[in-house]
Write a protein that binds this ligand. Structure first.
Ligand code: FE
Ligand code: FE
Ligand code: ZN
Length: 279
């Protein structure tokens, strides 16, 4: 099955997101757990959650991806910033248990002059505080473009974070096509090679989701500016290979392209048209 969706606004609750997803031809969606700036989250409405689960059951939505506020920095040099990341993620992961067994993605963080090693150490320390054995959520580290002092541009950095976590079975990776491309991985001309490298360093069994975005910049630009599918430097042919690759095709795909809902509906339809049925 092709699991495809996009980023949606969570302001009207879970049922609304599921209905919006279905209305644009999606069977999954991504959403921010709270305002991306990291403000206090709205209280969970249990009635909304109940209706959401019923609706998902009727419409074949089995996977959703929550995204942490991108302003969190678990490897900041400033203790109060780290503390904020800790409290926010702890709260998010408690709320995630209303939708058990789902995915929660976050940006590892920026080390800001402390160096990559220290950054990795702080992120692992953070995860060792937020991950709980009883938790049903899988927490995903997103591959980053390497803008500024972002951690997670190289697969090796993610591997080192995972290695330092006691509950590493709760962790996975979300591959963002724009980010890895901007980070210098050639997914256009050597997708096989990049995925083999991912497998050798992290292991493909840890890959749980794909952010499917074209890039406004050439490979290795470290910019992180998303483009509509086919309009950027990655291009249509490469996306045709990405959504059909045996190592990726069964994963959920999430568009984070610069679009309104109609644009997302068109991209989803286009991508469905590029899917090659498996024999
Ligand atoms: Fe992200
Ligand atoms: Fe992303
Ligand atoms: Zn991005």
């Amino acid at each position: 099955m092709f699991t495809i969706g996009c980023h949606l606004s969570s302001s009207k609750g879970y049922l609304n997101m599921a209905k919006t997803a279905v209305s644009i031809g999606a069977n999954t969606f991504q959403f921010f757990t709270r305002n991306p700036r990291g403000a206090k989250a709205k209280a969970i409405d249990e009635n909304d959650i109940k209706q959401f689960h019923e609706y998902c059951g009727e419409h074949g939505i089995t996977t959703i991806l929550a995204h942490a506020p991108y302003t969190l920095n678990p490897c900041s040099a400033d203790e109060s910033v780290r503390e904020f990341a800790l409290n926010t993620m702890t709260d998010d992961l408690e709320r995630m248990e209303y939708t058990p067994g789902q995915l929660y993605n976050f940006h590892p963080g920026s080390h800001v002059k402390q160096g990559t090693e220290r950054g990795i150490e702080l992120i692992a320390e953070h995860l060792n505080k937020v991950l709980r054995p009883e938790m049903t959520t899988t927490v995903l580290l997103e591959t980053m473009a390497g803008k500024g002092s972002e951690i997670g541009r190289r697969f090796q950095e993610l591997r080192e974070i995972i290695d330092r976590c006691e509950l590493s079975s709760k962790l996975g990776v979300c591959l963002d096509t724009c980010h890895v491309h901007d980070g210098g991985y050639d997914i256009v001309d050597d997708l096989d090679g990049v995925l083999t490298e991912f497998d050798n360093i992290i292991g493909l069994e840890s890959l749980k989701a794909v952010h499917i975005n074209d890039s406004k910049n050439p490979i290795g630009a470290h910019k992180d500016r998303h483009e509509k599918i086919g309009d950027g430097f990655i291009g249509k042919e490469a996306f045709g290979r990405i959504i059909n690759h045996p190592a990726l095709r069964d994963l959920p795909f999430y568009l984070e392209t610069p679009n309104e809902l109609e644009g997302y509906a068109r991209e989803i339809e286009m991508l469905k048209g590029w899917r090659i049925d498996q024999v």
